[in-house]
Design a binder for this molecule. Structure first.
Ligand code: ATP
Length: 793
């Protein structure tokens, strides 16, 4: 991975119509994330490809370098992390989505046919129906994940409590033998964890982690292979259940956003490629542009179901995931979120016996009995909490990145990844047992908030507060920290618990299991928030405003802000899940903003770090500073592989085999055979060309297909377009021609070579483009720009 191999384009003149496509080695197309020892392309290769400065995709490190100087704290982390996954760029795994609608002749014909009020209303109603369905199905999936977790966890912790009571309780066994419960605990942890890790590793590796970075990348316009498949959803659901039941430090909230996205992508397309089943509905929504909007709604519905926070779900999608949004989309996303939270409430309430309808989300932080109040002199304290959260979050992100870098280098075998997950589970149980054994924190039974109070070494009518923190799901522990009455824990208990949980969360996120980061991050924050309040109260007993529950909430917000760097959505989610008064929004947002500002100074948010580690070409909100002052000509690639409006099938076939590009300018008025500088009249995608060749849509055979051809021919194969390997071009068809008039997009976005980089970036970002053609004054092609050019040049 140390050599830099520029991405090569065959020169126009080098694609000799008579040549068989030369056997290219994969490296002929390889960009690399690594900048070490750049090596020029070897001369005299069989393909006689000529390296061009502009056509090369340069290192991801170059992108990550920042002009503010290498001493900036973020530089080290960014550049190192980007160097990890060179495979992603090497294999050109990540392609862009086509958010720009291809308004070719076929599309316009369909528009003409359907451009009436009735059709438009029908389409609009269908859209609403799909969003409602997304809300309902996402909530049902949330229930399918939640109920087994609750039931299995209940079995597990009841059994462990009995085991501890029988083996350790002083009246039964004064010597206190924790070994047997410890062994049971390990067994009950590693079995589900191994199962989940094996599923993720062997069946669907894309399901590892929370799924948020992948959803974020998808909504940014990058096609992440297999991210929205049914198989992915199934593995994710089972993976989350096993990991949470196994007691790994993580939650189901992030994965719910991913689950919602998969549901949305599936429902909105009205077909399943996995089961080869086309329900022949929602066909008008089969393109990347429409699908993206549904996926956004799905992610929001997932978060709404996870937290019981519809507005938070919508804001989460807008703040964290969406790269493109408009008013209608916001409306529909909110409706999907509301429906999702509502359905979840009905189903879970029905499951629990219809006593009350309080199951608005999977993550129930419990409502504060007394309205949370604050004094204005507390604001600096909230800010200080935010600053601490920012520092701790940045530290956590940095440690986690280093651990993951280590993993990527040394834990390569699949089997090793499963063992690693089991090891982390064992470490967690061992640390918990050590803490329970050595920290003697006995509290009187009665106001114990836990479902599984264990006596352990305490006297009769007492329970062990440390064990109570461990003998329940992490969600329940956050709830305890928010609502336990003052004096429920010792300072030592919370100090050790915070440190151990911080460490465990750090080594867990990045394992090959499906788990989210939200719960452990919130839990660590709640623990240190409560701890700080306890310490200050211990020093200043007259400071009665120091309600430990309130400061646990502020601590959770600070830590979450420091790790995730979300502000608006997080404050709304925390308010909706705790039922805090609207007046408490102010302290929360002050804390979150302080955490974000401080954290941003040191590292990026954890999701962004993960995206960079995977070398996913996600476009930032702003042009990278190093390109400021650049012109289009400095970013573009040239020479450009173009296709004539009427071109030979043989040429098209050959360029598709020879290069991996996905878009080709269509030119006319070509001088000689030199397509490179023809006048631009459109752009055509690789996927379209393959469909054209596969369906033999040759000009000479027009009479056979002219009447049947429609936009449906292309939609039918969406989204899994065949590869060029599935095309055969027998000798007798080599001299046929393809007329691109009705297939090409006649209005590609063109920019002048003198246009500034910042201007073209804004256009590219706002329109969600995939290709941008650079032309000269005569409308002749001089270059092409794709998203990778804004990142790796
Ligand atoms: P994407 O991967 O975003 O779907 P793509 O596959 O067409 O689009 P990239 O992989 O981003 O293109 O392109 C890699 C490099 O090749 C970029 O520097 C880009 O400018 C260049 N490039 C893209 N299309 C062409 C083309 N038709 N001719 C020459 N160079 C191209």
């Amino acid at each position: 991975a140390s050599s830099f191999v520029p991405l090569q384009n065959p020169k126009e003149s080098e694609i000799n119509d008579d040549d068989e496509p030369p056997a290219l080695s994969p490296s002929d197309f390889e960009p690399s994330c690594s900048t070490n020892n750049p090596q020029p392309q070897q001369a005299g290769s069989s393909s006689t490809l000529v390296a061009s400065e502009n056509t090369s995709v340069r290192s991801a490190n170059a992108l990550l370098e920042n002009p503010e100087g290498r001493n900036h704290p973020t530089f080290y982390l960014r550049s190192r992390s980007a160097a990890i996954n060179t495979a992603a760029l090497k294999d050109d795994v990540y392609e862009s989505l086509d958010y720009d609608v291809c308004d070719n002749v076929l599309f316009k014909e369909e528009q003409k046919r359907t451009d009436n009020a009735r059709f438009n209303i029908k389409k609009d109603i269908l859209r609403w129906i799909i969003f409602i369905q997304i809300g309902v199905v996402t909530a049902l999936i949330a229930c399918v994940i939640d109920i087994p977790i609750e039931e299995l966890s209940a079995v597990k912790y009841t059994f462990l409590k009995d085991s501890v009571d029988n083996n350790v309780a002083v009246n039964l066994n004064p010597n206190g033998n924790l070994v047997i419960p410890y062994l049971y605990w390990i067994l009950m942890s590693i079995i589900p964890v191994i199962l989940g890790a094996a599923l993720v590793t062997y069946v669907e590796p894309i399901t590892a982690g929370s799924g948020m970075p992948q959803v974020k990348s998808y909504l940014n316009g990058v096609k992440i292979p297999r991210i929205v498949r049914i198989k992915t959803l199934a593995v994710k659901a089972v993976g989350v259940v096993t990991a949470v039941v196994g007691g790994l430090v993580g939650g189901k909230e992030g994965p719910m956003a991913h689950a919602g996205a998969v549901v949305a992508a599936g429902i909105s397309q009205g077909k399943s490629t996995t089961f080869v089943k086309d329900f022949r509905v929602f066909r008008a929504f089969r393109d990347d542009h429409e699908k993206r909007d549904f996926v956004l709604g799905g992610a929001a519905a997932g978060v709404a179901a996870a937290f019981g926070s519809p507005i938070g779900g919508m804001l989460f999608s807008l703040e964290e995931a969406a790269s493109f949004w408009n008013q209608n989309l916001i409306w529909r996303t909110l409706v999907a979120s509301i429906i999702s939270s509502f359905t979840l409430n009905i189903v879970l309430s029905a499951y629990h016996g219809l006593h009350n309808f309080t199951f608005t989300g999977l993550f129930n932080l419990g409502k504060f009995e007394q309205p949370l109040k604050f004094e204005y002199f507390e604001l600096p304290i909230f800010m200080l909490f935010g600053v601490t959260g920012g520092l701790l979050g940045a530290m956590w992100n940095s440690y986690n990145t280093h651990i993951n870098r280590f993993r990527a280098r040394f834990v390569k075998f699949k089997f090793a990844r499963i063992i690693e997950a089991a090891l982390v589970a064992i470490i967690g149980v061992t640390l918990a047992c050590i803490m329970i054994f050595f920290i003697n924190d006995c509290r009187p039974l009665g106001n114990d908030p836990t479902d599984y109070p264990v006596q352990l070494f305490c006297e009769d009518n007492e329970y062990n507060a440390m064990a109570a923190l461990w003998f329940q799901t992490p969600e329940a522990t956050v709830r305890s920290l928010f609502h336990d009455p003052p004096g429920s824990h010792k300072i030592l208990t919370l100090t050790v618990f915070t440190l151990v949980y911080f460490f465990l969360a750090c080594i867990t996120f990045g394992l090959n299991v499906s788990l989210g980061i939200f719960i452990p991050t919130g839990l660590v924050g709640a623990a240190w928030g409560r701890l700080v309040a306890m310490i200050i109260f211990y020093i200043f007993p007259e400071a009665t405003f120091l309600n430990p529950g309130k400061y646990a909430l502020i601590g959770a917000a600070a830590n979450l802000g420091g790790v995730l760097r979300m502000t608006i959505s997080l404050s709304v989610i925390l308010m909706e899940t705790t039922g805090a008064e609207t007046s408490f929004f102010f302290p929360l947002i002050v804390t979150l903003i302080s955490a974000k500002w401080v954290g941003d100074y040191f590292t990026e948010g954890i999701y962004d770090i993960q995206i960079k580690m995977s070398c996913v070409p996600v476009l930032p909100w702003e042009l990278l500073p190093k390109y400021k002052g650049h012109k289009a000509s400095q970013l573009m690639s040239s020479p450009v592989i173009c296709i004539k409006k009427i071109d030979s099938a043989k040429y098209i076939y050959k360029i598709l085999r020879r290069c991996k590009h996905n878009g080709f300018p269509v030119v006319e008025d070509v001088e000689g055979n030199n397509r490179e500088n023809g006048r631009v009249c459109g752009i055509v995608l690789r996927s379209q060309l393959i469909v054209i060749l596969l369906n033999a849509l040759y000009e000479e055979k027009k009479r056979f297909w002219e009447k049947e051809i429609s936009i449906e021919t292309f939609r039918n194969v969406y989204p899994r377009y065949p590869s060029i390997d599935s095309v055969r071009l027998p000798n007798e068809k080599q001299n046929y021609t393809v007329n691109l008039e009705i297939f090409m997009n006649p209005s590609p976005v063109r920019v002048s070579e003198c246009d500034s980089a910042s201007k073209i970036f804004k256009k590219f970002r706002a329109l969600g483009l995939r290709h941008m053609i650079v032309i000269n004054r005569e409308n002749r092609v001089v270059g092409i720009i794709t998203r990778k050019d804004f990142l790796y040049k």
